[in-house]
Design a protein around this ligand. Sequence first.
Ligand SMILES: [Zn+2]
Length: 475
Amino acid sequence: MTKNRFLLIICILQLSSLAAYCQDFSPLVKQFITVSSDTFALTHAIVVDGTGSPAKLDQTIVVISGKIISVGKTGNVAVPQNARIIDCTGKTIIPGMIMMHEHLFYGERVAPQYLGLEMPVSFPRLYLAGGVTTMRTAGTVEAHTDLNIRDQVTQGKIPGPDIDVTAPYIERAGLPIPEFHFIKGPDDIAKYMNFWISNGCTSIKVYMDITKDDLRQVVKLAHQHKIKVTGHLCSITYREAAEIGIDNLEHGFWVSSDFEPNKKENSCNQPAQSMSVNRLEENDPKMEDLMKFLIKKNVAITSTLPVFEPYTGREVFPGDAGEALTPAIREGIEKTSATMVNKDSTNRAMFKKEMVWERKFVQLGGRLMAGIDPTGAGRVIPGYADRHIPELLVEAGFSFPEAIKICTLNAAEYLGRSRDIGTIEVGKQADLVLIDGNPLNDVKDMRKTEIVFENGVGFDSRKLFESVLGKVGLY
Ligand SMILES: [Zn+2]
């Protein structure tokens, strides 16, 4: 290659990264921006870099045009003269979180149905406010809305994280969810998947009642498009799905039907499934065998602890999220929750066991990622619950840096994006969360998110939260 052509390529690369950074923000987005300097330095910070290695004290991070230019001990890092200095003494910086079981809808039970209510205003803001800079929707009831929201965020029209939009659930008839399209067979699947992939969806999720033939078809088509498949399974066991080639399984080991006695092929029996994992001993070698098989098949697991959180001795709304809900919905959930306190011993035991299993999976070398899943009983609210996840992972026995790795690098690698995001390293996108405290001493300091940087643009966390107080449930 001639020298001139080489220089031309460098210029184009620089221009394209500049273009990505110099986006025009709408007035709506601008009101949440608190750091907009092209060149700035975060000094004297505690840094947990996302790789799982121990925290480093008194660090300086220099950001230019949305990229991390240098990181190191304060004093050893050259800070450009024109840089805005942000003193982070007593504060902690983690990478922007990459959360893998998020939704842009809020789940609400209105018997006999279960509704998915799209929250296109409040949810993107709450995710960003809570430190999430990249999210996968892991299933949707309004894929067109999700796709448009993703584009509006990218175009700087609304605040929110970068969104990996999952196509609508691939599911057969069974669940009382009126928003679902129920597929009838493999031919139907091909038509459906091609439609959504050609419209811009970048992930696939299969659900509880599909058959093994359905999954074979889904995996084949998705992989042809270089798209990954995750599943919340029931009719198919984890082992069967891993054999077929699924990439990821949702909800930890909680929904595995592998241990169900006399399980009928291709058929979901939820009570039997649930009883079988409740009864399984914590250290049953069958579970370890399954984990080893999943690891051999390179299947990642998504932990969704917030949606399983018991009632007794716990917050009604994990991460103190009650304020976000519209009062009528909040009161309803508080009432139901009160009736559950001290009556959830099975759930409490299962929750503990799930934590043990997730740790074991990581110890054996498995890839664990995390997400909140804002469905279930309606207690789990984006942003609030995302920053609560490291609290739960620490409760499960992970160190704080390990917990952060599960919420950052592990997911970046799974998404094939670890060159750009997932850790605090030179050359990566400046997706950073500034926390006004030290979560290594008290993990609850995770709740003190102050500034969330996305591509080097700093958003005021509190302002984002405040802008949608009481709005969850409405829009
Ligand atoms: Zn979900």
